[in-house]
Design a protein around this ligand. Structure first.
Ligand code: 13P
Length: 253
């Protein structure tokens, strides 16, 4: 069975103390994750070690960085490399979130470099893709999102790509309260899986978890996660409220 994942993306929110309390409250719910279920906290860099030690004893709870730099090392003041993240014992990294694509001009080519550096450093990329509203309105979202995947991931061997997590996050649904319908999510996830099938074959495509992101809430998570090609969620706002994120983890099939 494919991994089903509830991933929290805190973005630039929470003080250290608030973040620690948030994780504590979520873990206190004592949700026992099954073998195929995972909960991941993508926290700001300065909180990675704290978060990692919080989840250390917990089965299938993990931590992710929200970004890494696209160069190996060197004179890039203020940046954080994949190797540094790995050296903290962190196993996941969000790559290519739409906010980074938009505000930091991250291109598909730069994201390819980041994916490579993550894999070289034993870090599983949570690779984000998704179309803006004008593309959705023009009806060309499949071509747009398919190209994001092809440009940044399709240089990988089957053996490498099968471990990557993909997060489809339509930009018009992020932070807007306007969730994609489960039919829209399923349609895109199915399309992405078919694009991967074309290139790598069905067994590989069937192994890759594809998460949905964009206004996932406690009250819509079950319906979204029940779609056959939706393997969980990447959650922003609702991951900052412990009671909400607890419900979202519980909604994992
Ligand atoms: P919201 O859940 O706040 O819409 O954010 C989604 C997101 O961007 C997760 O990465």
């Amino acid at each position: 069975m494919r991994k089903k994942i509830a991933a929290a993306n805190w973005k630039m929110n929470c003080t250290f103390q608030q973040g620690e309390k948030l994780i504590d409250e979520i873990l206190e719910a004592n949700i026992e994750l099954k073998d195929h279920q995972h909960a991941i906290f993508a926290v700001p860099y300065p909180y990675l070690l704290m978060a990692r030690s919080e989840v250390e004893e917990e089965r299938n709870y993990d931590v992710a960085a929200q970004n890494c730099y696209h160069k190996k090392s060197g004179a890039y003041t203020g940046e954080v490399s994949a190797e540094m993240i790995h050296s903290l014992g962190v196993r996941y990294c969000v790559i290519g979130h739409s906010e980074r694509r938009e505000y930091f001009q991250e291109t598909n080519e730069i994201l390819m470099e980041k994916v490579n550096l993550c894999l070289e450093n034993y870090i599983i990329p949570i690779f984000c893709c998704g179309e803006p509203l004008n593309i959705r309105e023009a009806g060309t979202q499949n071509e747009y999102v398919g190209k994001q995947l092809k440009d940044s991931l399709f240089h990988l061997s089957a053996d490498k790509i099968k471990d990557i997590i993909i997060a489809y996050e339509p930009i018009w649904a992020i932070g807007t309260g306007k969730t994609a319908t489960s039919a829209q999510a399923q349609e895109m996830h199915h399309f992405l899986r078919s694009v991967i099938t074309e290139k790598y074959g069905e067994p590989v495509a069937n192994e890759i978890s594809i998460l949905y992101g964009g206004s996932v809430k406690a009250n819509n998570a079950s319906e979204l996660f029940a779609c056959p090609d939706v393997d969980g969620g990447l959650v922003g706002g609702a991951s900052l409220v412990s009671t909400d994120f607890i419900e979202i983890i519980k909604a994992l099939p």
